[in-house]
Design a protein around this ligand. Structure first.
Ligand code: KIV
Length: 273
């Protein structure tokens, strides 16, 4: 296990913030209690990402995820963990309006799930909100580069930072969120040089997803990494297992045994020897 195991409790936000330039921070997404139980010993933090909309609800984008969904899934992931720090993604429309709206909804997420912090997407335009939340006791993880909640503005899920203007903007975004007090920043789908430059330029821990090994840590959508979501696989995903195939094979075996009556066997029946 490559994680910071705490002797007497969970990994904390300060533990993660202190990993700048040190042992890489390990993270995966989780949306449910059973998945959280399985992943908990192996990660520093679990992200209850709004990717849940696409991955487990079959939505086309993350826009349909509501605060109530984030809270219900966040609470189940917190219940399934005793080691990992749990961070919950703020859904689209629950924080962009004003710092006050962001505080009201983030406070609900924290109090109703028991999670340690929240994540919001955005750069310079969200810096005031990040500062407002941090000053009021809400740890914030930022998210720059490819921002799935802004897909209608960017026109698709494309890697970022290829041109100088775009790269400068993402660097400015990361600096603004770092200066505003975020404890970590997700950098999604940017060219390796930019991820490296940002990681070197800011004192805040960077978490890459398609951001290269230069980042201070990595996160992946678990279902992508274990072969349980094959609708679309971004370039930055490595499949560490083919669990989807295993589930399919198990279901086929079950169906065959029900049909030939070899299941249930005597040992699965009550009152039979
Ligand atoms: O929603 C999510 O899962 C995320 C990760 C891709 C970082 O934001």
């Amino acid at each position: 296990m490559s994680t910071a195991k705490k002797a007497n409790g969970r990994v904390t936000i300060p533990d993660i913030a202190a990993r700048k330039g040190g042992e890489p921070v390990v993270s995966l997404t989780a949306y449910t209690y059973p998945m959280a139980r399985i992943l908990d010993p192996h990660v520093d933090f679990l992200l209850v990402g709004d990717s849940m909309g696409v991955v487990i609800y079959g939505m086309e984008t993350t826009h349909g995820v509501t605060l109530e969904m984030a809270i219900a899934h966040g609470a189940s992931v917190v219940r399934g963990t005793d080691h990992a720090c749990v961070i919950v993604d703020m859904p689209f429309g629950t924080y962009q309006e004003s710092p006050e709206q962001a505080f009201r909804n983030a406070a609900r997420v924290i109090t109703e799930t028991g999670c340690a912090g929240i994540k919001i997407e955005g750069g310079e335009e969200m810096a005031e909100t990040v500062r407002f939340l941090v000053d009021r006791g809400i740890p914030v993880m930022g998210h720059v580069g490819l921002k799935p909640q802004s897909v209608n503005m960017s026109g698709g899920y494309r890697s970022q930072g290829h041109d100088e203007v775009g790269a400068k903007k993402i660097m400015a975004d990361a600096k603004a969120i770092s200066d505003a007090g975020a404890f970590a920043i997700v950098i999604e789908a940017v060219i390796e040089k930019l991820a490296r430059d940002i990681t070197e330029a800011i004192p805040t821990v960077t978490i890459g997803i398609g951001g290269s090994p230069a980042c201070d840590g990595q996160v992946l959508v678990t279902e992508d990494a274990i072969g349980m979501f094959a609708d679309f696989t971004p370039k930055f995903v490595k499949r560490f297992a083919e669990v989807g195939d295993q589930i399919g094979n198990a279901a086929a075996d079950y169906a065959a045994q029900v049909k030939d009556r070899s299941f249930p066997a005597p040992e699965h029946c009550y009152g039979k020897k």
